[in-house]
Design a protein around this ligand. Structure first.
Ligand code: CIR
Length: 246
């Protein structure tokens, strides 16, 4: 498996903010934390590809939002925030080495953070960033079942729900209706921002800021490795958003 990542932009303090108040991001510290995250991915056996940052794009480290990668195709998004639309070009250039590319077109907007792929089904958050037109285009490009999930109060679907094992999802029920996830074991996050985790090769990468949820996951037999993601959390980034897994 390959993890495509993008460096932290020197302009990250100009990032988009939706739910949080601006708080100064220590760029050096953000870079160091991001390096740790990449080192963890590498230690789990992934080949880590790095794309340089572009100072014109404060949010470019959040590469997850720029593409949806499936086994047979990668769909390049049209991010909901106009300031982020130009991030996709450099990512598409790299992804083209690994996958056939399709593109989301105007008037559709979608962020990869709103897309949760669970086996052969694709759950898509209807959020401030992702609209109905995008769901239809994604259905067309992927030929998969695309299931809408309304998101309220969170930035993205994956702020509210992510996969933590073969059959379990970590969830914050305040931000989504869980009815579409019938059949899955649901684990409630103990901290509001604690539902965003990355599952890689049976290991869950998880922020060190949420110890109560971590303990709960471990009690369920899940192998959790923590990273300090506190600086990019000020930009409303979690752990899924800093890599595209190919
Ligand atoms: C934004 O508002 O677009 C960025 N500041 C944060 C994006 C985080 N992306 C993600 O969780 N998938």
């Amino acid at each position: 498996m390959i993890a495509i990542t993008r460096d932290v932009s020197p302009s990250v303090n100009q990032c988009e903010l939706t739910h949080l108040q601006p708080e100064a991001i220590d760029v050096e510290r953000a870079i160091a934390q991001h390096e740790e995250y990449r080192a963890l991915l590498a230690s789990l056996g992934l080949e880590v590809v790095r794309i340089p940052a572009d100072p014109a794009f404060p949010d470019c480290v959040f590469i997850e939002d720029t593409a949806i990668v499936l086994d047979d195709v990668a769909v390049i998004t049209r991010p909901g925030a106009p300031s982020r639309r130009g991030e996709t070009r450099a990512v598409a250039d790299v992804l083209a080495r690994y996958r056939r590319l399709m593109h989301i077109e105007e008037p559709a907007t979608i962020d990869g953070g709103d897309v949760l792929v669970l086996d052969d089904r694709i759950f898509v958050g209807r959020s401030q960033r992702t609209n109905e037109a995008a769901l239809a285009q994604l259905r067309f490009h992927t030929r998969r079942d695309v299931i809408p999930v309304d998101v309220h109060g969170a930035l993205h679907l994956k702020s509210a729900i992510t996969r933590v094992s073969r059959n379990a999802l970590l969830v914050n029920r305040d931000w989504i209706d869980v009815a579409p996830f019938r059949g899955w074991t649901l684990i409630d996050a103990e901290e509001p921002f604690g539902a965003n985790a990355v599952l890689v090769n049976d290991v869950v990468i998880y922020p060190s800021a949420f110890p109560r949820t971590r303990t709960k996951l471990e009690r369920d037999g899940i192998d959790v490795r923590t990273v300090d993601a506190s600086e990019l959390a000020k930009a409303e980034g979690g752990v899924t958003c800093c890599a595209l897994l190919v």
